[in-house]
Design a protein around this ligand. Structure first.
Ligand SMILES: NC(=O)c1ccc[n+]([C@@H]2O[C@H](COP(=O)([O-])OP(=O)(O)OC[C@H]3O[C@@H](n4cnc5c(N)ncnc54)[C@H](OP(=O)(O)O)[C@@H]3O)[C@@H](O)[C@H]2O)c1
Length: 216
């Protein structure tokens, strides 16, 4: 069976670049969605595996899987503008960590629905599945595509099917193991774990803290 086509909306950015490259290297057809196709073309030009480019609407409409790798503040408008373009049965993958900074202290933005993922669930078309993953892995580690990842990624979703499909994406990336943690209600804990990883980085003066579950 052919690999699903993956659109990385915001694939020019820090988190999206690494995901798009690693998924392309794993054999997925990848489309980098950007507000500026010239920026996208320049981004993919030097990548070790081929990726196509499109505007956000074109990328979403062509995708079996859409990874939303954009800042939390911009995602509502993107989902509203392209609501009709998400394909029935397609999977949306939320990687957003809604971090805010006040006087150098980082915290998670309060979100009425509970997490960025549940916020998205309330705005995406019902015919699209939603999973959350790739929240706890640092962008610069992902982007260094020759670097072994050697860590786990938590996956939660709105259905068993969403989790299975998202876990398959995670597992396709060399050195990543998917840990299915259940329903979307777990997304906030994943977002908190990213804050924790940043705190570990600061405390120990490192840059690449990430997680591995022992015993699974
Ligand atoms: N950085 C990390 O280590 C990390 C780790 C885990 C999760 N995340 C999450 O991944 C998502 C992307 O993070 P990032 O660090 O990659 O962010 P980023 O580099 O600031 O932005 C990613 C892309 O989003 C697009 N975008 C759309 N609307 C935008 C707007 N109003 N302002 C700025 N960019 C906009 C841009 O692509 P175009 O201009 O090409 O359209 C940009 O390249 C975030 O939700 C973040 O919480 C990041």
């Amino acid at each position: 069976m052919p690999q699903p086509c993956v659109a990385v909306v915001g694939g020019t950015g820090q988190q999206g670049r690494g995901l798009a490259q690693r998924l392309a290297l794993a054999g997925f057809p990848v489309i980098v969605g950007s507000r500026d196709e010239r920026r996208a073309a320049a981004a993919v030009a030097g990548w070790p595996a081929a990726a196509k480019t499109a505007d956000y609407g074109g990328a979403i409409a062509a995708a079996d899987v859409t990874i939303l790798a954009v800042p939390f503040a911009s995602v509502d408008a993107i989902v509203a503008d392209h609501h009709a373009r998400f394909r029935p049965g397609s999977l949306v993958v939320d990687v957003i960590v809604p971090i805010v900074s006040s006087d150098g202290v980082l915290s998670l933005a309060p979100i009425a629905e509970g997490s960025a993922a549940e916020h998205l669930r309330a705005r995406l078309p019902a015919h699209a599945h939603l999973a959350a993953t790739f929240k706890t892995i640092p962008a610069h580690v992902l982007d260094d595509v020759a670097r072994p990842l050697e860590c786990d990624e938590f996956v939660c979703g709105d259905s068993a099917e969403a989790r299975t499909r998202a876990a398959a994406l995670v597992q396709a990336i060399a050195g990543l193991r998917a840990i299915d943690v259940g329903p979307l209600a777990r997304a906030r804990a994943m977002e908190h774990m990213t804050l924790l990883a940043i705190a570990v980085n600061r405390r120990f003066k490192i840059h690449d803290a990430r997680f591995k579950v022992i015993g699974v």
